[in-house]
Design a binder for this molecule. Sequence first.
Ligand code: GAF
Length: 386
Amino acid sequence: MQSPIVQKLVSGYQEIFSTKPLLFRSPGRVNIIGEHTDYNNGFVLPAAINKAVYVAVEKRQDDQIVLYSIDFKDKFEGHLSEVRRSDKHWANYILGVVAQFLKRGHKPGGFNLVIDGDVPLGAGLSSSAAVECATAYALNELFALGIGKKDLALMAQKAEHEFAGVLCGIMDQFASVFGKKDHVIKLDCRSLDYEYVPLKLEGYKILLLNTNVKHSLASSEYNTRRQQCEEGVAMIGKHHPEVKSLRDATMEMVNQYVKVNEVIYRRCKYVVEENTRLLEGCEDLKKGDINALGAKMFRTHDGLSKEYEVSCPELDYLVGSVRSNPNVLGARMMGGGFGGCTINLVRETAIEELVKELSAAYSKEMNKELTPYIAQIEQGTSEEKI
Ligand code: GAF
């Protein structure tokens, strides 16, 4: 039985091209703990979720690239010999991936691609990574290019850097490609070694609360944070040349060499502490101590809000509202920040009531609608049967 979204996509494809395409799916992600650590070569703890991007694709006989977005009801046509950033924002995530294939000397041919999905845009659930990974995986299969999954994730990340201008880390693309049902991925962003850890929440669920604040400021501020971390590394590196990223730094080093610059100090302190918090939080999860993990999520939020300064009043409000609720073990803003979702560990039986209360309070205080999602943990990128 096909999901409504797949049915819509396949019939949409056939209306335009009258043929039967191949279908690929790549999911959005959550991250349990370890935020803004990936581009600092640290660890992250993400998982793929039950919201995904789908692409229906087929080879063409010529070198044209024909794209159609069901969501935006918009078409793009271009040629393989001149792949560049276009004025169609949605198409750039796909074109950015094609550019990476070409850069690496691979030769995909022309193709038709129709895209749709249910990952909410700008909600911090990595809709852009899902588009990039679905495209990378699909083209690799379609043209039998034989590229491994790690390289596909890296190419998708580069597409984001070069065609969307966000100098992101590897977390989102890696989680989308490598997700495993009911597991989180403990990923070392320096070596790309990873371990699957079972997510056993025993009567609790992951509740995402979308502030409906689109994180449009995020790209420029995101790149600034990355630069600030590099400044901190340079300050430490003068005394400890072996320190190449904040992953290598200790709090002693940060205290000794970075305190002279108050802003850079707060950024570095957050990252170094967050990396430790993640490693300990992952042990909590392995031991089944989700109370301890939840408490760390609140501390992560405080660090992101006050030290790293990537939160916003709506995110702070939502986390503040559940902090002393005995049915909520942990909550924090998730992803790049400046909007998007909070991630909450909530007792299953209390979710309905909590959502009802919070939605009313949120709309009164913030004059915006709150959108809840219960995240289930799913497999990463895959080919789907039609
Ligand atoms: C965004 C980025 F794309 C990720 O690489 C990561 O840095 C995240 O923000 C913050 O942890 O999702």
